[in-house]
Design a protein around this ligand. Sequence first.
Ligand SMILES: C[C@H](N)C(=O)N[C@@H](Cc1c[nH]cn1)C(=O)O
Ligand SMILES: [Zn+2]
Ligand SMILES: [Zn+2]
Length: 479
Amino acid sequence: MGAPANFLQYVDNNADSFIKRLGEAVKIQSISSDARRRQETIAMGLWLNDQLTQLGVTTKLEDLGTHVMQGQTLQLPYAIIGKLGEDPKKKTVLIYGHYDVQPALKSDGWATEPFELVVDNEKNRLIGRGSTDDKGPIMGWLNVIQAHKELGLDLPVNLRFCFEGMEENGSEGLDECVIAEVAKGKDGYFGGVDCVCISDNYWLNTRTPALTYGLRGIAYFAINVSGPGQDLHSGLFGRMVHEPMTDLIKLMSKLVDHDGTILIPGIDEMVPPADEEELKLYTKMDYSTADVEESAGASIALSDHKETVIMGRMRNPSLSLHGIQGAFSDVGCKTVIPSKVAGKFSLRLVPPQTPEAVIPLVKAYIESEFAKLNSKNKMNVEYLHGGKPWVADVKHWNFEAAKKAIESIWKKSPDYTREGGSIPVTLTFAESLGVNVLLLPMGRADDGAHSTNEKLDRSNFIEGTKVLGTYLYEVAVAA
Ligand SMILES: C[C@H](N)C(=O)N[C@@H](Cc1c[nH]cn1)C(=O)O
Ligand SMILES: [Zn+2]
Ligand SMILES: [Zn+2]
């Protein structure tokens, strides 16, 4: 069916104002994992809510309550639940996105200010925190609605929305909110939803658009080690006392091998090996170790064997070490023994793994390794947040509609991918609504989500907006 020509033309004609709106969104430092930025994260939700209501969307701000983070009781950012259109003859599509972002400091190595959207006209890129994850895709949906409103075009489907501000920090409170809304049946905002579309991930490479049918789950931990009553002078106390950092580094070094093998007994073993048929899927993919190295910015793939590398992201669990809170990390040479440190790491999970299944294994292993150190320091393993993995049926009409939309705009067939990242609410949508969920990424593999110099190519924002709009037209006629 395709989208009307005037919609596509409108998107091209208004590209600059769409980029300006993305710039306004990027400016708001909605870092959900930083207590100091909680008011800004809430403000971002209110800004988005205003944008939606101005475009005619009926919304309600769901108060998700409070939680304790970094020693403070904080209000959770609102979930924005919305609806546009009530035509019983039309299908109803639920759209999800998140308006919070990962932390970013210029001193992390950004070439520009992370919260100022910079339009790099030479490379045709929009650089800024959240440009691709996930403010760009959310703005893409606003662009689609604005185009229809301004052109006086009826949307081909009814829309429902669920936008959250805690995705980068465990999606606290959202599952309960979604389940409660679904339980209201046809009286609730999610009554009659036929399918779900999430645009919050990336193509597998920089050439070919993708459709994603799987996500890894996550289990995020901290190893807290404390000892001295306060930070100590290493010249006065070195080799006299048990040092928390020494214990922590020892423990963190026992979690994962340099080749990616997870050293916690029982974790890798939970996942059945791939059979011949599954292996063929990875062989056929338009992907090479050069692609991973291009997106990683260095020749550092774990293997020269393309299937091994791609399976590492799509169908195997992984364990990554993220950082150490409390450790000296500034410029200069401070000769300190930190008194209290927390080592952060997470496991990415694949079916049949769940956070509940891995937590006891992780805790028991680290406790037994700590016991071997005979340290007088105190240690505990803290589970911080998690989410289950998800896999969908790609033969569903929802995927067919998205495939047609991609072919119509990009003139290419999509790759079918399983994503290595996690979006905790995905499985909750699939299970509570009992409908197909699709991930329709806007950005490319080299966007640098969560990293320095995060960007979204201008063409991915503009053509990506056209894909989102066209997808709705294809859903309308899909059977
Ligand atoms: C895939 C999505 N864009 C994303 O980045 N999700 C995060 C979710 C998360 C969980 N804990 C912290 N963040 C991710 O996969 O890291
Ligand atoms: Zn993210
Ligand atoms: Zn995201």
